[in-house]
Design a protein around this ligand. Structure first.
Ligand code: SF4
Length: 381
């Protein structure tokens, strides 16, 4: 029986088939008001030997899975049934089935590990899995801004290829309000150093995070940080920006603020206006925009800026210029999974499905429908 290995609780959607290597446990900060992932846990370091033993166990598991039939489901299920591999082998089977190409370092702040130690771990991963093309990690801006350019270059040279960084907002006011533990200046410094070290950078932006009160500051500050960092990314490796529309997760400090009337979550129409304002404020910034999460209203809001800017603005305008009832019905239908794209609202079968889910949809006011859509948002987390 191959020994068990640790896996953290989350990874970005784009890492669903990656080998997950836990180099540090939980979150070193753990105070962001909107985040529920690590609440109630404390962060702890893992020794290099411990992580390397995990990597070795994963390599043994990968060999068994491959022998049993290359990947998921056949190889993974067969290896699990044999009892020779631990339950975590399922993720290894996904990795093998995907060609053993991608590795993701966990948990929230792997760059808090001393750079030489992290480089040794990455080097060992590369040695045990020579087919790996991409090694990626989550990063915190405050941690990355403390790293010198030479230290980040050392990680890139060891084989780290991409950093996923939760920007959330580029406004200092919003960052302070949600207790993000970093400043806009640190976001610019950390982000710029990552791209200048030769790595890909993916920023996560949370439309709606300023609430209704700080929406303008949120847009202005976020555009400023994105523009500053994007200008340092080389043409062949543009900054990637992923949208994660804000939801209020029950049990979080943000939920307590909302209950106390201190945070007012924008509805889907207000969020769409905010995203439109952000696109305009980005101007000629060069970046790839992705909308790859169910929290976002418009999944088709994707493209390379500035080339696709006009198309994306037209898409937002198409939604914003619908009459208020139609707009609200689309928002609710989208939240219920009836509509996937704006064009779906013209599909009579889908409209009938929405009426079957919400018999009152034609009688309810736009405000009531938008409120219902907003309440459903947190379910996606
Ligand atoms: S830094 Fe990331 S993981 Fe940690 S509390 Fe904030 S959002 Fe959550």
């Amino acid at each position: 029986m191959i020994r068990s290995f640790e896996q953290g609780p989350i990874r970005p959607p784009s890492e669903a088939r990656s080998l997950l290597v836990r180099v540090i446990r939980n979150c070193t900060w753990n105070r962001c008001t909107f985040c529920s992932v690590y609440k109630g846990s404390t962060s702890s370091l893992r020794s290099v030997d411990e992580v390397i033993a995990d990597v070795d166990a994963m390599a043994q598991t990968a060999a068994l899975v491959a022998d049993a039939g290359a990947g998921v489901p056949a190889g993974g299920v067969a290896a699990l049934r044999s009892g020779d591999v631990p339950p975590e082998a399922y993720q290894v089977a996904l990795f093998v089935g995907d060609g053993a190409r991608n590795v993701f370092l966990q948990d929230a702040d792997p760059c808090a590990v001393a750079p030489a130690k992290l480089a040794a771990i990455i080097g060992h991963i590369r040695q045990r899995f020579p087919t790996v093309e991409r090694v990626t990690t989550y990063g915190r801006a405050a941690t990355l801004a403390r790293r010198t350019p030479a230290q980040l270059k050392g990680l890139a040279d060891a084989g780290l290829t991409r950093v996923h960084l939760g920007l959330e907002s580029g406004s200092d006011e919003v960052l302070a309000a949600v207790c993000k533990g970093c400043t806009a200046a640190q976001l610019v410094t950390g982000g710029t150093r990552v791209v200048e070290a030769g790595m890909e950078l993916c920023f996560y932006v949370m439309p709606g995070l300023g609430g209704r009160g700080l929406a303008t500051a949120h847009v202005r500050g976020t555009a400023a940080v994105l523009r500053a960092v994007a200008s340092h990314a080389p043409a062949g490796r543009p900054l990637v920006v992923r949208l994660r529309t804000t939801a209020i997760v029950p049990g979080t400090p943000l939920a307590v603020c909302a209950d106390a009337g201190e945070f007012d979550l924008p509805d889907d129409v207000e969020v769409a206006r905010e995203v439109r304002d952000l696109l305009v404020a980005l101007g000629d910034a060069r970046l790839d925009l992705r909308s790859d999460h169910a929290l976002n209203l418009l999944a088709e809001l994707q493209g390379s800026l500035p080339a696709d800017g006009g198309r994306l603005l037209a898409l937002l305008d198409e939604f914003l210029e619908l009459d208020a009832d139609e707009r609200a019905q689309f928002a609710l239908g989208s939240r219920l999974g009836v509509y996937c794209t704006l064009a779906d609202r013209r599909d009579e079968q889908r409209r009938a499905l929405l009426r079957s889910h919400v018999p009152d949809v034609a009688r309810a006011s736009a405000a009531e429908l938008l409120e219902a859509a907003k309440q459903i948002r947190a379910r996606f987390l």
